[in-house]
Design a protein around this ligand. Structure first.
Ligand code: CTP
Length: 474
């Protein structure tokens, strides 16, 4: 019988064999023997069992699965193939620090950037890489990987991985798991700014958001490629952890806004003309209410000052209902001090100077002249306070044109820290609708978030606020 010399194998084959051997904690010779034995039809189940028994002697890639930690939560982290994969190693550590049990899947491309050994050592367990690995399928299987978790995180989510997700592909372990899972999925995109802006990626994002996938980042800044800058950097591990924790709704000290006091304004204001008529706008309050709910779920003590809306008061939130801008300012002032103020209300800019006590009658002659005066600017009043200003003041900018330009101008004029800018032009469906496309504008950056539900915008914003309070870069 001819002998087989590993040295004589071609380079590509040798590389694959070395990788498999490392994943399975075998020598290359042992791995080759195992493959041949399997090909010869030996009982693979027996091999998988033997593999389990060998577990103690194996590398970290085949250690038993970690049990959920103090947080009692499990996260499945799918690492895609981009330079940001190195940050995902830190993400594993950060998730485990907070008590989550982390299982990792590395795509083939991810293994060009980081090794299963490194991910496994940090996760304290076996790393999964291969859809057609018999031992994996008999032992855990992609369906169990998809289900035995509370949250699936994809970081970095490359343009290619996002395209496959949007298209429902399942030709490797990562995509098969993503298709098989019924758990929430959070993706942290990372790619070159041109790839992020490409029409195909925008289309995929819209599809993913419609499929219920939540997105954190990407952030703006310098790219790994020399001289490239723009939006495409993966969100920082702490930001991703904060978003994950908001999702998991973990009770206890790990909540991103635990102990923080948050004041939120929401809805329109009604400015009376007479006892039956008023000036108003189309705001439904959905976005502001969703933010208040998400902040409460993240452990904050929330006061929601709401204009007239038809929504129920969010659970776990102290809700104060007001009618006018003046009432709203008074209620907000009373709710201070707070760590964070989020001003999502569509406050009427003007009120009628002298609302009449009785109904204005047509017979009174002609058309009534409504003398208008400007309402107080609640956001600017709070942001410009000398004492008792919240650490973080977030405004909204509802615009129909020149969105970013106007948002930047508002940020300066009102003295707030962030502006969440949204396009409310006719046809955008934002006013009164369930979805929102926003841009997070800070003093030195603009982050464009994909279209998503107002709840998803709220969770993402709360995650960012949590990270900012924790000292992450704003
Ligand atoms: N805002 C406020 N009080 C007001 C007007 C606006 O607190 N009297 C807040 C809103 O809650 C929002 C931000 O200011 O966070 C921007 O609101 P927007 O209506 O977009 O801006 P305006 O200042 O009203 O400017 P303009 O209508 O000219 O765009």
């Amino acid at each position: 019988m001819a002998s087989l010399t590993i040295r004589k194998l071609d380079d590509a084959l040798k590389k694959r064999l070395r990788l498999r051997a490392a994943q399975n904690g075998r020598s290359m010779e042992d791995e080759a023997r195992t493959i041949l034995r399997r090909a010869a039809g030996e009982d693979v189940r027996a091999e998988a069992q033997a593999g389990k028994r060998r577990g103690a002697r194996r590398s970290t890639t085949e250690q038993p699965e970690p049990a959920p930690g103090a947080g009692g939560k499990r996260a499945l982290l799918i690492i895609g193939g981009g330079i940001a994969a190195y940050k995902s190693l830190d993400l594993i550590r950060r998730l485990r620090e907070r008590g989550a049990a982390v299982r990792c899947i590395l795509t083939a491309a991810a293994q060009q950037f980081i090794t299963p050994l490194a991910a496994g050592a940090l996760a304290g367990g076996r790393v999964f890489t291969d859809l057609f690995d018999a031992a994996t399928e008999l032992d855990v299987g992609h369906i169990r990987l998809a289900r035995e978790t509370d949250l699936v995180i994809v970081a970095p989510a490359t343009a290619d991985l996002m395209a496959k997700m949007a298209g429902g592909h399942a030709d490797d372990l990562a995509t098969a798991v993503l298709l098989a899972t019924d758990r929430p999925v959070l993706i942290a995109p990372a790619m070159n700014p041109h790839m992020w802006e490409h029409a195909a990626t925008r289309r995929n994002l819209v599809q993913l958001a419609a499929d219920g996938v939540s997105v954190i980042g990407p952030n703006a800044g310098e790219m790994a490629e020399a001289g490239e800058a723009g939006t495409g950097r993966m969100a920082e591990p702490l930001e991703i952890v904060a978003a994950a924790w908001t999702f998991l709704g973990v009770a206890g000290g790990d909540q991103v806004l635990a102990g923080a006091r948050v004041v939120v304004t929401s809805g329109p204001t009604h400015e009376p003309i007479d006892p039956v008529r008023y000036i108003a706008n189309r705001s439904s309050g959905k976005q502001g209410h969703a933010i208040a709910a998400a902040a409460a779920a993240a452990g904050a003590e929330v006061t929601l000052v709401s204009g007239p809306v038809t929504l129920p008061d969010p659970v776990g939130v102290r809700t104060i209902r007001v009618e006018t801008a003046q009432d709203m300012l008074a209620a907000v002032t009373k709710a201070l001090p707070a760590d964070v103020g989020v001003f999502a209300a569509a406050v009427a800019d003007w009120r009628v100077e002298k609302p009449t006590a009785s109904k204005i009658k047509k017979q009174d002659g002609g058309t009534p002249k409504l003398g208008l005066v400007e309402n107080p600017d609640i956001l600017a009043t709070v942001a410009r306070r000398n004492s008792g200003r919240p650490k973080l003041v977030v405004g909204f900018a509802a615009e129909t044109d020149h969105l970013i330009e106007h948002a930047r101008e508002k940020l300066k004029r009102k003295g707030c820290d962030w502006i969440v800018a949204n396009d409310v032009s006719a046809g955008s469906g934002v006013m009164g609708g369930d979805r929102n496309t926003v841009h997070l504008v800070t003093a030195d950056s603009v982050e464009s978030w994909p279209p998503q539900s107002k709840e998803a915008v709220a969770r993402a914003l709360v995650a960012r606020i949590g990270a900012a309070l924790a000292g992450a870069p704003r």
